[in-house]
Design a protein around this ligand. Structure first.
Ligand SMILES: [Zn+2]
Ligand SMILES: [Zn+2]
Length: 748
């Protein structure tokens, strides 16, 4: 009788893979065994030739998600005479198991149905899960993935759960986080500084009543604490903004169900599929203008970050409140999200009126992911829950590299055995808490994946918290450190994501990053080939009075740009309103004396400057706000481009600035200026792609979060015969820097 040994790679642990294999074998009357090991899963099956070939087909076609079979390799082996039955061999703790770890997944249909059925033992149980859904990366201490090494170790299984856990035919077979009301985690409601006021269902109901009354709830979610408030109450939203010190940055909204989400937002087929997918990211959707969500949730923004309840707890709470809720990370300002109970009470005590918590520990913080679907596919803008720590094959061999990323929207990355593992989004590293989270994540990722980095990689910028940590660890571990220029990393990340091996032209447009000449870059065309790059195009630099402060004060960029193109002058009429009395003179003096006014070639800052000239809010805001306002102002309007003065790759914006000012003087509005400016950038992209002289062009950097700009550039270059590649699975913003650093370091 023939016997096959089949090697399977992919996401094959903690996702019901072995039970699925067991059922496929049983259904075809095959005997054999299945087990886990370092490389994935091995199956041996024995039986009739027809049954075996159908089994192989079914392995490809019938394995239910979230398992993902990436490759199958079969070989014939010697028959085991007299074998009967099919066995799942247990994984031993001592064996060297490095499976692909599944990410945390949204509640599945079967679990949701159970929760909704009166009489089921998990009716209304907020921690229901199975092999197809529930917490994973947020609760796993170490590998191999077994309950004693998870946050569930403190919850001994009751007899009923134990039976399900051991039954290969049950969808909870070896579901490590399995729990029920008899044996699993429980809810508690408390006010900051007080003891518990309610538990279980009563806690849920009281939390819902408080939310309906406009109170701010800190909810212990899947990957950390979140702050929730009624999205239909302008006053409640205002109070959250005041307490969180977040004036205008948009909040995401969680809707009780898809029908209500679709009232407030427009979603196409692909967007709806993402909303209801196991990854369940926040989707940036166009607002329809209807529905009860108040404007203050995302002021002046035609888009809304919208998502659906993804844990049983969120489902129950949203159904009880019965209205959309603002659902934002539990943090103050730019600090990272709180995820440990004591820390959350301490840091969020002044922000939240109430805490709805539970006793299942969160072992690492994982924020919500953010995704946008444009005309031709998805772009992940924040890669966290549902995606981290899924490994991505990069098809490059080389040393094990640990890359430390940038300073904002930080992620770290591990390149190991030809695969890239990127951490969840860690965010801003400015606060001590942010720097601490980075250090913890480096230690965690290294231990979790059993990595011994042979090379470390970081940014050129000496003051990034990520650079400082990389320097310290390089000395401590006696490991070489490769410093990778910020925009080189951007371009390399996009090229790696698309498996491009040859040289590429990279248009890297963002806020600012330290260039190899010591100035701030951010509007470049780089010709990248492996470990090396040449700067073939750049914006002619202009000064930023006040340096970093310009990122949140677009009027500074406008003042610096005018200084560079016109010299000392009075503020033009559209801009004058953004300055009080001596402010303008003060900046002019700084520029004249060259005080704290570094020069930059940043297109992000050029966006800010043009937005400020066009009379859009320019005094203060969050980084990227002015650029977003300009994108929204442009809409789909097509107008003739502004001119550039292009000299050997240095793009002088002086003619553009003059044309903007004369349009404004002629009474043209911001939408007209915005449309012409976007068209001008598409012209610039084409000119630089031609200078690069290569067929493949990659787009990276925060500016390419702008859907209008990206669409125009893509269309323009494609029409001229270039192959244009943009980020899909990794963010175009600094979230992709660790990937690029790892790749460049590996080339060296
Ligand atoms: Zn489930
Ligand atoms: Zn139980």
């Amino acid at each position: 009788m023939p016997r096959l040994r089949i090697q399977v790679r992919g996401v094959v642990q903690g996702v019901g893979f072995r039970p699925a294999v067991y059922r496929l074998a049983l259904a075809r009357g095959l005997s054999g065994t299945v087990w886990n090991h370092a490389e994935g899963v091995t199956i041996e099956v024995q039986g009739g030739a027809e049954g075996l070939s159908d089994f192989e087909r079914a392995l490809r076609d019938e394995i239910p998600p979230p398992a993902r079979v990436r490759s199958l390799a079969s070989e014939s082996v010697a028959e085991i005479p007299g074998e009967s039955g099919f066995r799942i061999r247990a994984s031993g703790a001592g064996s060297e198991i490095r499976p692909v770890v599944p990410p945390d997944l949204a509640v599945c249909g079967a679990c949701a149905a159970e929760m909704d059925t009166p009489g089921e033992r998990r009716h209304r149980y907020p921690f229901t899960n199975c092999t197809r859904c529930g917490p994973r990366y947020t609760i796993i201490e170490s590998l191999p993935y077994d309950r004693p090494r998870t946050a569930m170790k403190a919850f001994p299984l009751c007899p009923d759960c134990g039976r399900e856990y051991r039954d290969p035919m049950d969808r909870r077979f070896h579901a490590q986080p399995v729990a029920c009301p008899a044996c699993g985690p429980r809810l508690t409601l408390r006010r900051p500084g007080a003891s518990a006021m309610a538990e279980g269902e009563a806690a849920l109901q009281a939390a819902s009543t408080a939310l309906r009354a406009g109170e701010i709830l800190a909810l212990k979610g899947l990957g950390g604490y979140q702050l929730l408030v009624d999205a239909t109450s302008a006053e409640a939203v205002r109070r959250l903004r005041d307490r969180k010190r977040r004036e205008e940055k948009p909040f995401a909204v969680m809707f009780p169900d898809l029908a209500r989400l679709l009232q407030a937002c427009e979603a196409g087929e692909e967007e709806t599929a993402w909303l209801t997918a196991p990854e369940a990211p926040i989707l940036l959707l166009r607002r329809s203008g209807a529905g009860p969500v108040v404007e203050a949730v995302a002021p002046g923004n035609p888009r809304l970050g919208a998502f659906l309840p993804y844990t049983p707890l969120h489902r129950l709470l949203l159904a009880a409140v019965d209205r959309p809720l603002v659902c934002t990370s539990g943090n103050l300002g730019d600090e990272p999200m709180a995820f440990e109970d004591d820390e959350a009470l301490r840091r969020l005590g002044g922000l939240a009126d109430l805490f709805l918590t539970h006793d299942r520990p969160i072992l690492r913080p994982v924020d919500d992911s953010v995704l946008r679907v444009d005309g031709d596919g998805p772009t992940l803008l924040r890669r966290a829950r549902g995606f981290a720590p899924l490994a991505v094959p990069l098809a490059m061999k080389g040393p094990c590299v640990l890359a430390f990323g940038a300073h904002q929207k930080n992620t770290i990355a591990l390149l190991k055995g030809g695969e890239l593992i990127m951490s969840q989004h860690l965010g801003d590293l400015t606060s001590p808490e942010g720097a601490d989270l980075l250090a913890r994540t480096v230690a965690d990722l290294r231990a979790f994946f059993g990595a011994r980095p042979e090379l470390l990689a970081c940014d050129l910028h000496p003051d990034y918290a990520s650079t400082r940590l990389a320097e310290r660890l390089a000395a401590e571990w006696d490991t070489p450190l490769v410093r990778v220029q910020h925009h080189h990393a951007h371009g390399a990340a996009c090229a790696a994501e698309h498996g491009l091996k040859g040289p590429v032209t990279a248009l890297t447009w963002d806020g600012t990053g330290l260039g190899s000449d010591g100035t701030l870059w951010g509007g470049e065309a780089l010709r990248i080939e492996g470990p090396a790059f040449v700067r073939v195009g750049h914006l002619r630099p202009f000064p930023l009075p006040g340096g970093e402060a310009a990122a949140r004060e677009p009027r500074r960029s406008a003042c610096g740009l005018l200084w560079a193109t016109r010299g000392a002058s009075a503020p033009p009429p559209g801009l004058a309103g953004a300055f009080d009395g001596p402010d303008w003179e003060l900046l002019q003096t700084m520029l004249a004396k060259d005080l704290h006014s570094p020069v930059t070639s940043s297109i992000g800052r050029l966006f800010d400057a043009v937005a400020a000239l066009a009379g859009l809010p320019a005094r203060r805001g969050f980084e990227g706000q002015a650029a977003m306002a300009l994108e929204f102002a442009a809409g789909d309007r097509a107008e003739p481009p502004y001119p550039w003065d292009l000299k050997e790759g240095a793009a002088d914006p002086a003619p553009l600035v003059e044309a903007v000012l004369s349009d404004l003087a002629a009474g043209r509005d911001a939408t007209f200026v915005a449309a012409r400016f976007h068209a001008a950038l598409a012209d610039l992209a084409l000119a630089w792609a031609r200078l690069g002289g290569l067929a493949d062009v990659v787009l990276s950097g925060g500016c390419f979060q702008n859907a209008r700009l990206t669409g125009l550039v893509q269309e323009r270059l494609a029409r001229a015969g270039f192959r244009v590649h943009r980020h899909r699975h990794f963010p175009p913003n600094d979230g992709c820097i660790s990937l690029g650093q790892a790749v460049v370091a590996a080339f060296r």
